[in-house]
Write a new protein. Structure first.
Length: 484
């Protein structure tokens, strides 16, 4: 059996829309109920009143017919009687004497328009009346036998209901308009009420987004509404606990990192002493010494990265900006990288870039370049291409590799801390700690720029990391545009 889809579709709509719809539907049902009840009661009252009026007129006309009709009355006399009655009362009289039918208006009310059931009943000697349709008009038809002479005489009278139908049609149109206005008014009230009700939730959402963005001191102002005070208090308590937890974790990471620096310095010095005695060690000893040296280097790099990350967490990361000639700076950073690596780095700068100046922190920007080049060398088969160009007051630093590339689902996650991607475990013997690209994103963000990864152009195999930074020309030393 198929499940109804109307309710899920309604639930998927926003809460404010659902509340507004509920108010509108409620207003429509209420207005419709009142309208239908008003119309039905009005119709019944008008018809009852018309029945009483028609019966009174019919009774009076019946008496006049009985008094004026005699055995000697011919066709002309009967016609004169019914015409006088029709003109006086505004009804449609019809007189049957024997087989002769006389009507005041044969085109409207005649023998053919008399209901058969009414005729049968009155022929049995019983007065009768009924609501029916004569032609296209509603009417109340009454009939009564006239005692002789002459014998076999029956008087019929049709009272039209056109004015009542017109009145009811007008009333229905008015009630329909009132129902429409009521529905729109109810929807407007629902929209306003939903806004008032959801306004505290909007504030909670805004505060939650601020917390997620790193503003850990975000708090909600306690409202006057007692029902919402508990929600605000719970949120503020959660935010306070989260701030304390993150601060405690940051302090822990900072203290651990600082504590690790002393034994690391001791281990590094010990390894240097062992290297001075390398000739006295055997082959296995030298191999173990090389492995120990590599691990200590990675450990030292991890501790330094953790300390740097911790500065961002506790809000002590400052930007020591100064003028940097970007082409010369990147070339120097690549040269420094080449002292410790055998990777081939191809550098290219767009024409005119030699005069481009940035306001940047040299230490942090140097880490950005070295981390990206090292990442490309490690995961891109040792072939690295670095290029610089400028677009609309922005410098684009591109670092390309010849590796397997980065799948679209990981292009945002790859800048998260400790995320090394699906291929992190098989990209050589050193897969890194997963902090290098996270630090790149932090350093670039501190400079007011952004970083992303994309496919290499021209469908070339590999990945391309792009760093976008604002430019400061030689004639514009204002740092306002480059403040973090």
């Amino acid at each position: 059996m198929r499940r109804p889809r109307l309710l899920p579709l309604f639930v998927r709509r926003g809460l404010r829309r659902r509340i507004t719809s509920a108010f509108a539907i409620g207003g429509l049902l209420l207005a419709s109920t009142i309208s239908f009840a008003t119309l039905a009661l009005t119709r019944q009252n008008l018809l009852d009143e018309r029945d009483e009026t028609a019966f009174s007129v019919f009774a009076n006309n019946g008496r006049r017919v009985r008094n004026e009709l005699t055995a000697e009355t011919d066709d002309e006399g009967r016609r004169a009687i019914v015409e006088r009655l029709g003109q006086a009362s505004g009804t449609f009289p019809l007189l049957r004497v024997g087989d002769e039918w006389t009507s005041a208006d044969p085109l409207v009310f005649n023998r053919e328009t008399v209901p058969a059931s009414l005729l049968e009943l009155v022929e049995s000697g019983t007065p009768a009346r009924m609501r029916t349709t004569i032609g296209s008009r509603s009417a109340v038809v009454s009939a009564v036998p006239i005692p002789g002479p002459p014998t076999d005489a029956i008087y019929f009278e049709a009272a039209p209901l056109d004015d009542i139908e017109d009145t009811l049609d007008t009333l229905a149109f008015i009630l329909f308009g009132v129902a429409a206005v009521t529905t729109m008014f109810a929807a407007a009230v629902g929209w306003w009420a939903a806004g008032r009700m959801l306004n505290p939730l909007v504030k909670v959402r805004t505060a939650a987004e601020a917390l997620a963005a790193g503003a850990l001191d975000t708090r909600l102002t306690p409202p006057d509404d007692a029902d919402l005070a508990s929600l605000t208090a719970s949120f503020n308590e959660m935010a306070r606990a989260l701030e304390e937890r993150i601060a405690r974790d940051a302090r822990f990471a900072s203290e651990v990192s600082h504590e690790l620096r002393s034994p690391l310095m001791t281990l590094t010095a010990s390894v240097e002493v062992l290297y001075n005695m390398a000739d006295e060690l055997g082959e296995r000893g030298r191999t173990a010494l090389d492995l120990l040296s590599d691990d200590i280097s990675r450990f030292r790099r991890l501790v330094e990265d953790l300390l740097e990350i911790n500065r961002y967490d506790v809000g002590t990361a400052d930007l020591e900006a100064e003028e940097v000639h970007i082409v010369e700076f990147v070339q120097h950073a690549i040269f420094q990288f080449g002292l410790d690596s055998t990777a081939v780095v191809d550098f290219e700068a767009a024409p005119g870039m030699e005069t481009t100046v940035l306001l940047a922190d040299k230490r942090r920007l140097g880490r950005v370049v070295s981390n990206l080049v090292e990442n490309a060398s490690k995961y891109g088969n040792g072939e690295v291409r670095v290029n610089l160009d400028r677009h609309d007051g922005l410098v684009h630093l591109g670092v390309e590799d010849n590796g397997p590339g980065v799948v679209p689902s990981e292009r945002t996650l790859i800048f998260d801390r400790f995320h090394r991607g699906r291929a992190g475990g098989r990209r050589g013997k050193d897969s890194g700690s997963g902090l290098g690209l996270a630090l790149v994103a932090e350093h670039v963000g501190l400079h007011g720029g952004r970083v992303w990864v994309e496919d290499r152009p021209n469908a070339t195999r590999g990945a391309r990391f792009v760093v976008e930074l604002p430019v400061a020309t030689a004639h514009d030393e204002s740092e306002e545009a480059f403040a973090p």
